[in-house]
Design a protein around this ligand. Structure first.
Ligand code: ZN
Length: 296
């Protein structure tokens, strides 16, 4: 396993981690400059953060600073109550694929969606099997476009507590079943067109995790996201902990990832309304570097 203790060349910052500095919006161009000043080599930005500054401006700044992407967030949210809604999700994901391409991302992360309407408080239907079938068809359609431009898609299984609102793919096993069905190994001889983003926060509890990481192999392991699981957790979405402050055995899972062939970045992704988003962004980045070396 790679030794992270001596430097932070394999650290990436998911820019949601510092989207708020001292409780106020921290624009992406400022975040990139702060990362560059600290020798951070990679980021994974969110579409709204890119749009707020301008896609071309961000692309230029990345070139100027030499910072690369470890992923791009995000496409998906496929299920909808009608065909027009499903079409809109496909169109939106195609735009995300184009942006990912322009920013030279190694993959577009897919948060696949769940019961339509649930995120805003009222599910328009309650059949999770229907949502899963719409997700399957949606990924299949996005994949067709993604293949033409050469942008790998990474399904991110989310913790089951998000199954109603954000993603009805909740285990690595389910995500890999979709990969094997929609992107059989024989069809993409080079890299996989469809793989997975393994986020420790979402999958750490899974008794099949080691086995499924080994099953995925280097071809399908497109991203590795880290943070920590706090006890107690005070908010289902925005109470992620800094690495080392919770109960996830990060080095153990990274050892499984690397034994399976993963050799990419360790991407810090922390949503934290109550804590880290209240702090000064630069000091959060400094803590990420320190914990990357000492904990991850
Ligand atoms: Zn993630």
């Amino acid at each position: 396993m790679r030794d992270f203790s001596g430097d932070h060349q394999w650290l990436s910052i998911n820019t949601a981690t510092v989207r708020n500095s001292l409780g106020a919006d921290w624009p992406l161009d400022k975040i990139i400059a702060a990362c560059a000043a600290r020798g951070i080599r990679a980021i994974s930005p969110w579409r709204d953060q890119v749009a707020a500054v301008g896609l071309k401006r961000i692309a230029r700044q990345l070139q100027d600073t030499g910072i690369v992407l470890s992923g791009y967030c995000r496409g998906g949210f496929y299920p909808a109550i009608d065909a027009a809604g499903r079409r809109a999700a496909l169109d939106d994901t195609e735009r995300a694929i184009d942006e990912a391409k322009l920013l030279n991302a190694p993959c577009l992360v897919l948060v696949v969606g769940a019961l339509p309407g649930a995120l805003s408080g009222k599910a328009q239907y309650t059949a999770i099997s229907r949502a899963r079938s719409e997700v399957r068809d949606g990924i299949c359609a996005s994949l067709e476009y993604a293949r033409t431009v050469g942008m790998p898609l990474a399904i991110e299984p989310l913790h089951p507590m998000q199954a109603a609102e954000r993603a009805c793919v909740n285990t690595l096993e389910h995500a890999l079943d979709l990969c094997d069905e929609l992107d059989p190994p024989a069809e993409s001889a080079g890299g996989a067109a469809l793989g997975v983003a393994v986020d420790a926060y979402h999958v750490w509890w899974d008794p099949k995790l080691e086995q499924q990481i080994a099953r995925a192999g280097a071809r399908r392991l497109l991203a590795w996201h880290v943070c920590d699981w706090l006890t107690p957790t005070r908010d289902l979405l925005n109470d992620r902990g800094m690495m080392g402050d919770g109960v996830i055995e990060l080095p153990k899972i990274r050892r499984w990832m690397e034994a399976a062939g993963y050799a990419g970045f360790s991407e810090v992704e922390i949503f934290s309304t109550l804590d880290w988003w209240q702090r000064e962004g630069g000091s959060v980045l400094d803590t990420c570097i320190e914990r990357h070396r000492s904990v991850c």
